[in-house]
Design a protein around this ligand. Structure first.
Ligand code: NAD
Length: 308
């Protein structure tokens, strides 16, 4: 098949492109490199640097494409609190531009990388797709708007759509920016050098951490699975891990000790977010296979950020 991955030079995009290339597909990537690294892509990928809002460029890239993976986005919850307009621009306007460009391109399906963050604070710890979203950040609002645009425009112009609400993905290749770094690579880096980790509040915030290879498997299945048009599907493990448990797991796997610094100055965000995985099982025949300790061990072993 022929694929276009927007945001394909990022953490999930590179892993997806590698998997598709290994399976003999043709892959084009569009990425503005604001956070991505084109040099990490396999040489077989046709890479184009550009903005997801550049419709003429997207028109050319959509030629003869069977399926689009829409991953291009700004992805930090705390950063979105500081820059809501920029998040709206890329994550919402960028999605609308892509869908507009797809109108005449004859692409059969678009798979949107949506987010579990859309659920926000809920009464139940385990969240299923029928719950009313309760976003608590501009990032979450932007992903919810993107879902709605993808599904509505897809329906109007007869493009198959599916939104995968990915929970907290981690794995090799996830960047550690100096501010607002994702928790797992940030903690690993600190713990490996017997440094300190900052824990907000009591460290009881619970998240569903899913290893990147499992996310890729779900994305691959979503390109061709039957009967999933217009569906929203959670992609998580169904297992919750608190921040305190996460630190202990990393300490065990890395065989290093962390110095825990407790900070009450910043909110740790939503208290609990665990995916209900039943729909992913029934519609995609997908179950995450990698346990947290296995995923952490793989990450520490293979990511050059930790091995060098
Ligand atoms: P990432 O930041 O590594 O990848 C996003 C990519 O989009 C980057 O390479 C960036 O350069 C590119 N990009 C940003 N703005 C762009 C623009 N205007 N035009 C073209 N490219 C642009 O993040 P990721 O973790 O790989 O996330 C990929 C997708 O998955 C995002 O849509 C994100 O919202 C979603 N998602 C990720 C997670 C996670 O835990 N990593 C969880 C839920 C959802």
């Amino acid at each position: 098949m022929r694929f276009l991955i927007t945001g394909g030079a990022g953490f999930i995009g590179v892993a997806l492109a590698k998997s598709l290339i290994n399976n003999g597909h043709t892959v084009r990537v569009l990425d503005d490199l604001s956070a991505g690294h084109a040099e990490r892509l396999p040489v077989e990928v046709h890479f184009t640097r550009g903005d997801v809002e550049d419709k003429p460029k997207i028109w050319r890239l959509l030629n003869n494409v069977d399926c689009v993976y829409h991953l291009a986005a700004r992805v930090s919850v705390p950063e979105s609190v500081l820059y809501p307009r920029e998040y709206n621009q890329t994550n919402v306007s960028g999605t609308v531009a892509l869908m507009e460009a797809m109108r005449d391109a004859g692409v059969k399906r678009v798979v949107l990388a949506s987010s579990g963050a859309i659920y926000g604070e809920q009464k139940s710890a385990i969240v299923h797709e029928e719950l009313l979203p309760n976003p608590t950040s501009p990032y979450a609002v932007s992903k919810l708007a993107a879902e709605n645009y993808v599904h509505t425009i897809g329906k109007l112009w007869n493009i198959e759509t599916v939104s995968l609400r990915i929970f907290n993905a981690y794995g090799s290749g996830q960047a550690i920016p100096p501010i607002h770094a994702p928790v797992i690579p940030n903690f690993i880096r600190q713990i490996l050098k017997n440094g300190s980790v900052v824990i907000y509040g009591k460290g009881e915030q619970i998240r569903d951490y899913i290893y990147v290879d499992d996310v890729i498997q779900a994305l691959v299945i979503a390109a061709t699975a039957e009967g999933i048009n217009r569906q929203i599907i959670n992609i998580g493990t169904g297992v919750g891990t608190s921040i305190n448990e996460l630190v202990s797991s990393i300490e065990t796997v890395a065989q290093c000790k962390a110095q825990r610094i407790i900070s009450n100055s910043v909110s740790g965000g939503v208290t609990t977010l665990i995916a209900d995985t039943r729909r992913a099982q029934s519609m995609l025949n997908f179950t995450a296979k990698t346990s947290l300790s296995e995923g952490l061990a793989l990450l520490i072993k293979h990511d050059p950020q930790f091995t060098n």
